[in-house]
Write a protein that binds this ligand. Structure first.
Ligand code: ADP
Length: 258
């Protein structure tokens, strides 16, 4: 991953990670968490020690996607990240139930996020993957100011509306001087398992064209596959549970591009 320019007042949160990659999206539902989880699993499969931090405090989906519902253990007053699929992971969903976090106000959310970084016994990591909340709000800004982000991966579907939001995301990272590693197109196309016909449900190639237009790398295409959703819902990310399949290959290509 690209090295960040470290500002003079270098923020020191998550200093135990050599590289920190944020996975972002302009809007919800485009598969950002799915990409974050499977990217992390694929980086681990490349032999790296990988952490996964769920910064989506209002809508934590990592516990479900990783199949880790129990509370983490403590070491003194610090939480120990949960072991799942070769990753060290932590989410607010591991600590409080989702309904509790849903009613928090802004300062409590930022406080909770800071605690997930400082009150967790993070081991030395080659790379920390951070699943950001959708959009361009407080959490994204706080993270880019307090964490030495190596770069951001922006997830988009091929549709115009999602791309417009992705463009906003890219522009936010540029403003806070976080390198944009590139755009990945999720739900890029669908191949019918019965007849083999390919259908571009949300159009196709929009993210590649947009990446070229705004001058950021294009990181690849993830197909729309029922198995991606099924494995996510079952808590067994497809990059780990079906490592030889089409989806796992697409996520591995992404890991190599990042
Ligand atoms: P976000 O984090 O952007 O809100 P999620 O990762 O939670 O989005 O994905 C939203 C839903 O779409 C989930 O049910 C997920 O399993 C499903 N999904 C995401 N990417 C794909 C894909 N490529 N193929 C099929 N289903 C997908």
């Amino acid at each position: 991953a690209a090295a960040a320019e470290t500002p003079a007042q270098a923020p020191s949160l998550l200093a135990n990670a050599r590289s920190i990659v944020a996975v972002a999206s302009g809007k919800g539902g485009v598969g950002k968490s799915t990409v974050a989880v499977n990217l992390a699993v694929s980086l681990a499969a490349l032999g790296m020690s990988v952490g996964l931090l769920d910064a989506d405090i209002y809508g934590p989906s990592l516990p479900r996607m990783l199949g880790t519902k129990g509370k983490p253990e403590m070491a003194g007053n610090k939480l120990i990240p949960v072991d799942a699929w070769g990753l060290k992971a932590i989410s607010i969903g591991h600590v409080v139930d989702e309904e509790t976090a849903m009613v928090w106000r802004g300062p409590m959310v930022l406080n909770a996020l800071t605690q997930l970084m400082t009150q967790v016994e993070w081991p030395a990591l080659d790379v920390m993957v951070i699943d950001l909340p959708p959009g361009t709000g407080d959490i994204q800004l706080t993270l880019s100011q307090r964490v030495r982000l190596s770069g951001a991966v922006v997830v988009s579907t091929p549709q115009d509306i999602a791309l417009l939001d992705a463009r906003r995301g890219v522009s936010m990272f540029r403003q806070v001087r976080v390198p944009v590693l590139g755009i990945v197109e999720n739900m890029s196309f669908f191949c019918c398992p019965n007849c083999g016909t390919r259908t571009d449900i949300f159009g196709h190639g929009g993210a590649r064209a947009e990446a070229a237009r705004i001058g950021v790398p294009f990181l690849g295409e993830i197909p729309l596959l029922p198995a991606i959703r099924e494995t996510s819902d079952a808590g067994a990310p497809i990059a780990a549970s079906a490592p030889d399949g089409e989806a796992a290959r697409a996520f591995m290509a992404l890991a190599e591009a990042v």
